[in-house]
Write a protein that binds this ligand. Structure first.
Ligand code: ZN
Length: 491
């Protein structure tokens, strides 16, 4: 995931929609321009929970739509909100943020068959989950959040009993599936779950036509990181579990469906996908809109609404160059396709490294290719994060610290003069150090446990732990080690 370091449009575009894309603490903490700091800090402090809280998020969007709210009102609105996270302990032994028990039986593959219903703002269909049984067990435990479960059955058609635990605010519920007979170590199980998502699913953002550039059609996009995949599919929603997936998605014919996977056949209203590289649940992603595409290179397309497509194609024309520079440092790119999707302005991050299809904010369309570092950051996640992954979000610095470290190394490798390259890398590291120092000393406080590289998420939602610390403290630690010991690409 990336934040953007500056924004070109906040002054001229102070609608709530734009503010939403700016006012997550992630983005806000990356503003350094003094003239904006006050507003941004205010938004930042008050918005730490809104991103994961779909009700709030949607209320904000609805209010914007109804009243054309401007930024000052948004500040009041968000300031009035308080976190609703319940203080509690770890949800399971391996991952404090997941109910699931992958140490007993682990998902290896998921087959999704989903229908997109823009009218009722739900996805419905089924998920077939393939498990490897690792211990003798009588039940399976999964994460769900606001899902309506219609039925659960084995692949031979045997109906299975299931129980949905009391929901924990913002963490969802435990789905316990009882097996008819004990499953033994080494067995494989295939379980089909018929279900529907809720209109409030925390991973999904349903945009009305007037929240898009074209203003004519609705739009849907997801953001599953860190623990929102459970609101769109029953799963082991922990990065400790990696699985391949295939999907078949039905949407009205004029829409394009994209996922974090290789796109297969498109037949009238049905699109198929396959992701042959195992991924953690937080990298599941879907976007549905009336979209166009342009080629960026031999393995890259850029997708967006038609209003942004030419600007997007120009802005990201150097994508293949960045991919090659990344491969020079990290080895072959294994995901086959590297596409970009430029989202409507309410996308809450600078970028999200969804495999095969990076999601980016349109605020990167600066007109001067100056936001390339965000693309390089997302490309680097193809190795760090997406291939080598933190086992749970207490270790998020492993994803982001390594990615920022590589982003700056690869960024410097694109500069031919070695002296200038080193200067550029040092400059970005110093900016990072300054941001880290502000975050630790002014925002979090030096005694805050969230300033550690490895945080304790036993009573903390991963969204609330999010800050510049894993990015900058992580990458500076690696830079320190490299300066001490040397590293790849060093002469
Ligand atoms: Zn990132």
């Amino acid at each position: 995931m990336a934040i953007i370091e500056r924004c070109h449009s906040i002054e001229k575009s102070n609608t709530l929609e734009m503010s939403l894309s700016l006012c997550t603490k992630t983005l806000c903490r990356y503003f350094t321009n003094n003239s904006r700091t006050k507003l941004i800090n205010k938004l930042s402090r008050s918005s730490s929970t809104f991103l994961r809280n779909s009700i709030t998020y949607k209320t904000v969007l609805t209010k914007w739509e109804d009243q054309d709210l401007k930024v000052p009102k948004l500040v009041t609105f968000l300031t009035a909100r308080k976190s609703s996270t319940q203080v509690m302990g770890a949800l399971s032994p391996l991952d404090p943020s997941s109910f699931s028990r992958p140490e007993l039986a682990i998902i290896k593959h998921a087959s999704l068959s989903l229908n997109i219903d823009f009218e009722s703002k739900v996805l419905n269909g089924d998920a077939i989950l393939n498990f490897d049984v690792l211990e003798d067990i009588g039940e399976l435990v999964l994460d769900i959040s606001s899902l309506s479960i219609e039925s659960v059955e084995l692949d031979n058609g045997t109906k299975l009993k299931f129980d949905i635990g009391e929901p924990v605010p913002n963490f969802g519920s435990k789905l316990t599936i009882s097996l008819p007979n004990q499953a033994l170590v080494g067995e494989k199980l295939k379980v089909k779950i018929k279900y529907a998502t809720a209109p409030t699913a925390s991973a999904l953002q349903w945009l009305e036509p007037n929240q898009t550039s074209g203003k004519k059609h609705p739009y849907l996009f997801s953001q599953c990181q860190p623990i929102h995949a459970r609101s769109i599919v029953p799963c082991q929603d922990t990065p400790a579990v990696k699985f391949t997936y295939d999907a078949e998605v039905t949407a009205p014919e004029e829409f394009t469906v994209l996922m974090s996977a290789l796109r297969g056949e498109v037949r009238s209203n049905r699109t198929t996908f396959r992701q042959p590289v195992p991924i953690p649940s937080y990298l599941l992603a879907i976007a549905v809109g009336v979209l166009e595409q342009r080629s960026l290179g031999p393995r890259s397309l850029v997708w967006s609404e038609k209003e942004e497509i030419e600007r997007s194609a120009w802005e990201f024309a150097e994508t293949e160059k960045y991919l090659q520079a990344a491969e020079n440092l990290c080895g072959p790119y294994v995901w086959t396709q590297y596409d970009l999707l430029v989202l409507p302005p309410s996308f809450p991050y600078g970028g999200m490294e969804n495999p095969c299809l990076t999601f980016v904010t349109p605020t990167l369309l600066a007109g001067d290719r100056s936001q390339a570092d965000v693309i390089v950051h997302e490309i680097m996640h193809s190795w760090t994060g997406n291939l080598v992954t933190n086992k749970n979000f207490e270790h998020f610095w492993l994803n982001e610290g390594f990615t920022v470290f590589l982003e700056r190394k690869v960024g410097a490798s694109l500069i031919s003069d070695p002296v200038e390259a080193k200067k550029s890398r040092d400059f970005h590291s110093l900016l990072g150090l300054q941001e880290l120092s502000e975050a630790v000393n002014q925002e979090l406080g030096v005694d805050n446990q969230l300033t550690r590289l490895v945080v304790d998420l036993n009573a903390v939602h991963p969204d609330d732990a999010f800050s510049t610390v894993p990015y900058e403290k992580g990458s500076l630690f690696l830079r320190y080690l490299e300066d001490l010991l040397g590293g790849p690409g060093e002469n």
